[in-house]
Design a protein around this ligand. Sequence first.
Ligand SMILES: Cc1cc2nc3c(=O)[nH]c(=O)nc-3n(C[C@H](O)[C@H](O)[C@H](O)COP(=O)(O)OP(=O)(O)OC[C@H]3O[C@@H](n4cnc5c(N)ncnc54)[C@H](O)[C@@H]3O)c2cc1C
Length: 487
Amino acid sequence: MNGIHLVACVMQAREEHVKIIERDVVVIGAGPSGLTAARELKKAGHSVAVIEARDRVGGRTHTDVIDGAVIEVGGQWVSPDQTALIGLLDELGLGTFSRYREGDSVYIGPDGKPVRYTGEMFPVSDYTREEMERLITLLDRLVAEAGPEAPWNHPDARALDTISFHHWLRQQSDDEEACNNIGLFIAGGMLTKPAHSFSTLQAILMAATAGSFSNLVDEDFILDKRVIGGMQSVSERMAAELGEDVVLSSPVRTLRWSGMDGRDSAEGVTVVSDTATVNARYAVVAVPPNLYSRISYEPPLPRRQHQMHQHQSLGLVIKVHAVYATPFWREEGLSGTGFSADSIVQEVYDNTNHEDPRGTLVGFISDEKADAMFELAPHERRERILASIAGFLGPQALEPEVYYESDWASEEWTRGAYASSYDLGGLHRYGRDQRTPVGPIYWSCSDIAAEGYQHVDGAIRMGQRTAAAIHRELASGLQSAASGRES
Ligand SMILES: Cc1cc2nc3c(=O)[nH]c(=O)nc-3n(C[C@H](O)[C@H](O)[C@H](O)COP(=O)(O)OP(=O)(O)OC[C@H]3O[C@@H](n4cnc5c(N)ncnc54)[C@H](O)[C@@H]3O)c2cc1C
């Protein structure tokens, strides 16, 4: 068989395995956002297909069993303001349970000494406490003014978006510990980027999506509940309802589209993945913005999108789970909660599973500290991370039965964690266009949500919002077709 003949045979074999699907809407990505959009559209009477690159649904939510322990590798917590997620949990018949939070928390300041405390405020000097409270009040005012929907419309949006959060904090306060602690909540804690790499407007948006900066720094609020059975079950239940309309292990490579600016009156899309080609009226791209450009668009997207997408990137965090025979820290009167802007592990929490006799701790290592940890050999990294957790909760933390580090940045179909944010100056420059459809192409993911930004709640809100917009379009098309037939 010569080379040309071989290539022809391979292409023919591929084509035979490719399913041709006709639908009203094709959704790219079976994370919580894409599945919500598909489910809502189907409920409204439209036909859908969801094409997913991985061999599982759930995207950045993944409930796995590792060495016999149930681990929430990705998104897990639910807060009381996340009403879209709470409503969906109710609809899907999924229950929640509260995070264990009785007893003292531990704070490690710049002197490296663990100090037990209760309440929300860290055990810092009177001056640092006053400075932290003043910064929180200042941020609460800006957050209330800006809101989550369109922070780029704030009168000082440009000024706030062209100064890094690190430098803005230091313009407001001369107390380094206060600046580091407030910075930690947004930088290491949420955007998982160094505070010098994103703007104050981006920090304000992050806090606005939780209602206020005070809510964001209140772990009892923001890390309130977990889903019984795991957060991934939200996606699994939606996918079960959609049945064969969900196609797994089939990365989308090409999106052909037409119908913008009158270039082509026959609006529509053709989505080409490894195992299916879907012809539809609309496409929902339900993947994080850093992956938009993994798809080839024919014709290319407009200039504005090409530029905007290069300014959105994912942060980096290692989520570490350590499982012990018992939750030993509770016997010491500790809640398992610890904070330190200066330690390798910046936050640690009791993450024991529902009705599980074993005790689980979860710790987070962000941005440049994560870079440093990934430089180490795995056994050394494990030692350093466990020693850091032991710094909060004692030497028993050094010997877990199960130890697991998430590594989302190595996953081709995510490439970071938790979610994406703009580089300095990007939010006020591009934000107003991040949700604008391009012809028949709609964008839907937690990374461009208003309320619930970066969270599962935001993914669901975007799915609902996108489905409603496409439903309106499809319904108006049906109406005009019907009136055309009548006339
Ligand atoms: C470690 C970690 C901890 C987190 N903690 C929390 C938390 O406690 N609470 C919370 O609310 N949120 C948390 N999050 C964030 C939350 O998980 C995400 O915001 C949410 O999953 C985003 O949903 P999505 O549908 O927008 O995107 P994703 O979940 O990323 O789904 C996108 C899907 O698109 C697929 N895809 C990508 N490219 C293609 C392609 N070319 N073709 C086909 N399919 C493609 C991907 O495989 C993926 O399945 C966390 C995330 C991580 C990583």
